[in-house]
Design a binder for this molecule. Structure first.
Ligand SMILES: [Zn+2]
Length: 285
């Protein structure tokens, strides 16, 4: 296991990052939890619970009033049981996420290797539209961003121009989880959510975007670039599909060499899934 502690905005935000350092990964897949003035955003993965508890102790458990989940995937909800059951701190999720956390869920071996064995079920409460921090000096707005997960939300602090988006936006769109995975992503919904977010934050000239496990991204151009990127992928794939090319042929034309992640994930995370989702695009551009 590897962990990182990172301080942002003159110490107003404490970020805890965790990754499995299993030998099958060429580089760590990080997941993040953030602490800001009495609140936690996300709880890391089940494999990192011990290190997560150390992070909570370093903050001071008594300082933590509430925990908000961006979504229920195991790399974000893994420590929720610890927070709720051991420390009696309320955990909040979106209305789509609450039953997932209550009923529990399973996931395949490659995700267990990456994130740990099991997410323990908990009873979560519904995320309110607005969230005040402990001192009431900060106010976050919860912003639905379905696409990566149906229960995905972003947390937006308007005055500070902070946006905690977790996996709601990726650094680059190269692959998608497909219908054979319980993370079934939809590129048109992802695009739509990013567009809505961009419209919501378009006045922010000093935006700081927090993507789980990534560096902080400054400025809204990054969001605009992701929209342009997805539009371009859509145009290319629809053009090739209209010429009668199959998904395999489109993949080979666009990407060339074999997709190593497709093999490691039994096709759950692949470029083919991205192409299929682009072909089945549902919403308006
Ligand atoms: Zn996720």
């Amino acid at each position: 296991m590897v962990t990182k502690y990172i301080s942002h905005s003159n110490g107003e935000i404490q970020e805890w990052c965790w990754a499995s350092d299993h030998e099958i990964f060429t580089s760590p897949f990080w997941t993040s939890c953030y602490y800001i003035d009495g609140i936690l955003i996300d709880t890391g993965a089940p494999g990192g619970v011990e290190e997560f508890e150390e992070f909570l102790k370093s903050i001071g458990i008594n300082n933590i009033e509430a925990c908000y989940l961006t979504h229920t995937h195991e790399d974000h909800s893994g420590g929720a049981y610890l927070v709720k059951e051991k420390y009696n701190i309320p955990v909040y999720a979106s209305s789509e996420g609450i039953p997932v956390l209550k009923n529990g869920f399973t996931y395949p071996l490659y995700r267990k290797i990456a994130w740990g064995e099991k997410v323990l079920p908990i009873k979560a409460e519904q995320i309110p539209k607005t969230i005040y921090t402990k001192t009431r000096e900060l106010m976050f707005e919860s912003f639905p961003m379905p696409g990566h997960a149906p229960d995905q939300v972003a947390f937006i602090e308007n005055q500070k121009q902070w946006v905690f988006v977790a996996d709601g936006i990726q650094l680059k769109y190269k692959r998608l989880f497909g219908k054979n995975s319980n993370i079934s992503e939809d590129i048109s919904m992802i695009y739509h959510s990013i567009k809505e977010l961009f419209n919501f934050i378009s006045h922010m000239d000093h935006l700081q975007l927090f993507l789980s496990g990534k560096e902080v991204i400054y400025g809204k151009d990054f969001i605009l670039d992701r929209l342009t990127e997805i539009e371009s992928l859509y145009q290319t794939v629809s053009g090739l599909y209209a010429l009668g090319k199959s998904v395999d042929e489109i993949e080979s034309i666009m990407f060339g060499e074999d997709d190593f992640l497709e093999m490691h994930t039994n096709g759950e995370l692949s470029r083919k899934n991205l192409i299929e989702s682009l072909i089945n695009w549902k919403l308006n551009l």
